[in-house]
Design a protein around this ligand. Structure first.
Ligand SMILES: NC(=O)C1=CN([C@@H]2O[C@H](COP(=O)(O)OP(=O)(O)OC[C@H]3O[C@@H](n4cnc5c(N)ncnc54)[C@H](O)[C@@H]3O)[C@@H](O)[C@H]2O)C=CC1
Ligand code: BAL
Length: 511
């Protein structure tokens, strides 16, 4: 199956946008329907301010129903005890359906999130499909273990699905984060309940439609859109959910730990914020390449990325030459209509985020940071646009050097030595990702070990790929990893089965 998305032209994209149906009802036990309360909330196109549709606002009653149906499906074995090869094939069928609907998914994703359509077509949708396929393939390739317990016993360590899993999603990569979680959770045999972020519910609901068509049994994959305070909290506190896999802010991640402690001690895995550094050592060469990576790292997805490199920590000897190149490169990142495939950046996801990012920009100016790029274009009158903004001479204690901005804002911090660069890079409560640039392989090894981050990319900006575990150190994450086979560990529990093989026992049995 080809995962390559043909990049459509502007007119073709517009035509899809005009015809596409907006999925807006919850998907519980194989049926689409309104929330029990009948309540809805608006989903808004951040590029135009228009309301796209009203989405079912699920709350505790809907969560109760979905969990009951998920548990029933789990206990029935319709999925949990299905032969792993059949689970694999069903998930592959889903991936094929996603491929068939890839353009529609990309347009829905762009419309509700403001993400540039080029990214949706070339990155988000293909990687979503690849992720589901990769985990599907793993379903019948992960083995249980036999312990080294000698001849007197057979110690079997078996992996069993955890049960009912809830995935609580962010809005910055709605489809990709869905796939990162539903892929391994379904492949391991769980019943999966998804709560999309309230800003971006539609693509998860479209996936539900396709999951049904693929033949995933009812109750096994359910989507309950809703607000964090209501649906999210009800999930967090539910006594019959076994695992919650969360991506979002550290503040809400912390709350899920509280919910768990106050309810049934459900397992919680957290993928939270970051204040990620790009560290450029004194010996770094290839400044053009470095500038390309640093700009991508800071501004991709309008900087709304948990691994955004929002701090550039650069040795003073190469500072000017590098910063000049970065400013030149930034001009290539055209910001505008997300549905125009020639734009690299789209809209900021919501008014709240837009105000928050502008607050950081204003704060940086007040605190004395030097604005190196033009005054950011803050809006086209209707939509929420902020052009890439770079501040120089940033002091390590300024807000933009400390807080997660989650917008297209880069803080440049000059340093006098490589060790100072590493010390500053680690001077944060977060530890998700760090990029390190050096021309010396020894330094690369030495300093990448010193960086306190779940992923360190050397001479590039990267989060790794589907084969490498993703998750943070410190307050960036907790409890498990996304991606790679380790992701499956989030969604299984291990059981020891100890079978006595001692001679006494056998003689007794034989009589
Ligand atoms: N690590 C990451 O990838 C992300 C980080 N963020 C950070 O978080 C900041 C705030 O963005 P938000 O959308 O507000 O993220 P958030 O952390 O509030 O939302 C993430 C998910 O948690 C749910 N949620 C919110 N409040 C809840 C509650 N009280 N109980 C249970 N569930 C709840 C939301 O509905 C959503 O599904 C951003 O400015 C950014 O700094 C946001 C999204 C993704
Ligand atoms: N960049 C993938 C994870 C996240 O931003 O939440």
């Amino acid at each position: 199956m080809s995962l390559m998305s043909n990049l459509l032209n502007k007119h073709e994209i517009q035509a899809i946008a005009e015809q596409v149906n907006f999925p807006n009802t919850a998907f519980i036990n194989g049926k689409f329907g309104a929330a029990k309360s009948g309540k809805t909330f608006a989903t808004i196109n951040p590029a135009t301010g228009e309301t796209l549709t009203q989405i079912a606002a699920c709350d505790a009653d809907d969560v109760d129903l979905a969990v009951a149906k998920g548990r029933k499906a789990f206990n029935s074995g319709s999925w949990s005890k299905m032969h792993p090869t059949d689970r694999k094939n069903t998930m592959i069928k889903l991936a094929k359906l996603l491929t068939r609907h890839r353009n529609e998914l990309a347009v829905l994703e762009s419309l509700e999130s403001g993400k540039p359509i080029k990214d949706c077509l070339e990155i988000d949708v293909p990687e979503t499909i690849q992720c589901l396929l990769w985990h599907a393939e793993a379903a019948d390739k992960i083995y249980d273990q036999i312990s080294p317990s000698g001849d007197v016993a057979l110690g079997m360590i078996v992996r069993e699905p955890a049960g009912v899993v809830a995935c609580v999603l962010p809005w910055n990569f709605p489809l990709m984060m869905l796939a990162w979680k539903m892929g391994p959770a379904l492949a391991s045999g769980n019943s999966v309940i998804v709560k999309p972020a309230e800003l971006t519910s539609m693509t998860a609901l479209k996936v539900a439609e396709l999951a049904e068509e693929a033949g995933i049994p009812e109750g096994v994959f359910q989507v309950i859109p809703g607000l964090g305070e209501t649906a999210g909290q009800a999930i967090g506190r539910h006594p019959d959910i076994n695992v919650i896999s969360f991506t979002g802010s550290t503040e809400i991640g912390r709350r899920f730990l509280e919910y768990s402690a106050q309810s049934n001690l459900k397992r919680v895995t957290l993928e939270c914020g970051g204040k990620n550094p790009a560290v450029v050592l004194q010996d770094a060469k290839q400044l053009d390449d470095i500038a390309r990576h640093v700009v991508q790292a800071a501004f991709w997805n309008m900087g709304q990325n948990c691994t955004a490199n929002s701090r550039l920590i650069v040795h003073k000897n190469i500072h000017d030459a590098l910063v000049e190149r970065i400013i030149d490169r930034t001009a290539d990142w055209r910001t505008g209509d997300p549905l125009d495939p020639s734009n690299a950046l789209g809209a900021i996801v919501s008014q709240e985020q837009f105000d928050k990012v502008n607050g950081f920009i204003d704060g940086a100016k007040k605190q004395g940071a030097r604005q190196l790029t033009k005054e950011p274009a803050k809006s086209n009158g209707r939509g929420l646009f902020i052009t890439p903004t770079i501040f120089g001479d940033v002091k390590p204690d300024m807000e933009i050097a400390v807080d997660e901005v989650f917008g297209p804002v880069m803080a440049v911090i000059p340093v006098g030595s490589d060790q100072e660069a590493i010390t500053l890079a680690n001077q944060t409560e977060y530890g998700l990702q760090a990029s390190l640039f050096t021309s010396d392989v020894g330094r690369a090894h030495f300093y990448s070990r010193q960086l306190q981050a779940g992923t360190v990319s050397v001479n590039c900006y990267s989060e790794g790929d589907i084969t490498t575990p993703f998750g943070g150190y410190k307050q960036s994450g907790f409890g498990g990893k996304d991606n790679s086979l380790m992701a499956h560990d989030q969604y299984v529990q291990t059981k020891t089965i100890w079978i006595d093989l001692s001679e006494d026992h056998i003689e007794e049995d034989i009589g």
